[in-house]
Design a protein. Structure first.
Length: 422
């Protein structure tokens, strides 16, 4: 299980209790004596506060040391004076483990959701379950294991240690850590490619006997701090080649496109429908201190983008929609691609990236590109997209004139300086 963090409420405790139950059963009934539970979280987010992800998982680690592993990824960019001076919570802006994937034997859930009560109740996100897909489950299991190997290992006394033979993420040499970590993670990617090539002849024979398959699934990884940019390459290619009459539905809980993505959206000919959070459903809405101003910063970013759209006379081709739902927050992200003249999407991107600077340059991310000709799956993806957009209103010039869209001058001045950190 890979997530940014594990929450500390009763629902999260139920999840921990469930893990304990299955681990106990594996011992007592000897049905699965080799059952292993591996959890990957972010070090900074998972260590925040006295009661945190670490304290939630510590009893399991103490009780099942041979079956339980908890890895806490620490970005190599938070070190030295920066680590000493930047306070808790703000240190999370430097870089995070942001992958959200949950693997159970040969099945997996890919999502943008964390293991926290709001996601289990009233925080909108996306989830796709892939059943009995051993190759994909193996890939993500190995990917989480590789990131875990270069992470800090939680011990039974709540201390952390580096795995033997690995470089410390913030005490060791920065360049050496990134090189070792990149090599370890790319071993997983390269092995998956080799397996795919070896199975190509078998696949061709199967297709001759059973007919060609109708769906392809590609795992995409983005870990720019470690020099890995596979997801960025594919996303750029996809946006670049979106042709006339094709439609792209793009969602982000934190709308803050990179310059490259923004230029592609503004410069290509496809129709775009972009779904973003209204201020009231932004996860930072009502937060205390400086964090409370983050929704206003996103309003400012959205307004600047919308102004560019209008100045270019592209408001019919590029439309913004704000997700609004009472007592809910919005965290969904991804993309649905409708080919020229098609009524249903033939491709979706689903996973952890938000298409912003952080996703591309600071955090560890992973998602799936699912390409399909299957009519049933296309219909389900269309229904998912339509359900999300049905809870939205289209942005117009009057949207930014509403009283709750007023952005203070200091927020406007500071946003260009900090937009790459959120």
């Amino acid at each position: 299980m890979a997530s940014l963090y594990l929450g500390t409420g009763p629902l999260e405790q139920e999840l921990v209790d469930c893990l304990q139950e299955v681990l106990e059963r594996s011992r007592e009934e000897r049905m699965a004596p080799d059952l292993k539970v591996s959890i990957l979280l972010d070090y900074s987010r998972g260590s925040r506060g006295k009661k945190n992800s670490r304290s939630m998982l510590l009893p399991l680690l103490q009780r099942f040391p041979g079956q339980m592993r908890v890895s806490l990824y620490h970005t190599p960019d938070l070190r030295g004076v920066l680590k000493t001076l930047v306070p808790e919570r703000f240190n999370e802006t430097i870089g995070l483990q942001h992958i959200k994937v949950y693997v159970f034997d040969d099945s997996l859930i890919i999502s943008g959701a964390n293991l926290s009560d709001s996601y289990f109740t009233n925080r909108q996100d996306r989830y796709i379950l892939l059943r009995d897909c051993a190759e994909l489950a193996d890939f993500f299991s190995e990917l989480v294991g590789a990131v875990g190997d270069v992470s800090l290992q939680l011990q039974r006394d709540d201390t952390v240690q580096v795995k033997e033979g690995m470089v410390h993420p913030y005490k060791g040499d920065h360049s050496e850590f990134c090189t070792v970590a990149s090599k370890r993670i790319m071993q997983v990617v390269d092995l998956a490619r080799a397996r795919q090539q070896l199975s190509a002849s078998t696949t061709e024979e199967t297709q001759r006997r059973q007919g060609p398959g109708d769906t392809l699934v590609f795992p995409l990884v983005q870990m720019k701090p470690l020099g890995i940019g596979l997801d960025e390459t594919v996303t750029k290619r996809l946006l670049t080649e979106a042709g006339d009459d094709s439609r792209v539905f793009l969602a982000s809980g934190y709308f803050n496109l990179t310059r490259a993505y923004m230029e592609l959206v503004l410069g290509t000919r496809a129709d775009y429908r972009i779904l973003l959070a209204s201020p009231e459903v932004n996860g930072f809405f009502g937060a205390k201190g400086v964090a409370g101003a983050i929704p206003a910063a996103y309003i400012h970013i959205a307004r600047q983008f919308y102004s560019k759209v209008c100045r270019g006379g592209q408001q019919d081709r590029i439309r913004l929609h704000e997700y609004i739902r009472r007592d809910w927050t919005f965290h969904a992200k991804g993309l649905w691609y409708y080919f020229q003249g098609s009524e249903r999407p033939c491709l979706t991107l689903i996973g952890s990236p938000n298409f912003g600077y952080r996703s591309v340059h600071r955090d560890l991310e992973a998602q799936l590109a699912i390409v399909t000709e299957n009519q049933g799956l296309q219909a389900e993806l269309q229904q998912e997209q339509e359900r999300l957009y049905a809870m939205s209103t289209e942005v117009s010039p009057s949207t930014f004139e509403q009283p709750n869209r007023t952005v203070k001058l200091w927020v406007k001045l500071v946003t260009p300086l900090i937009k790459n950190f959120f």
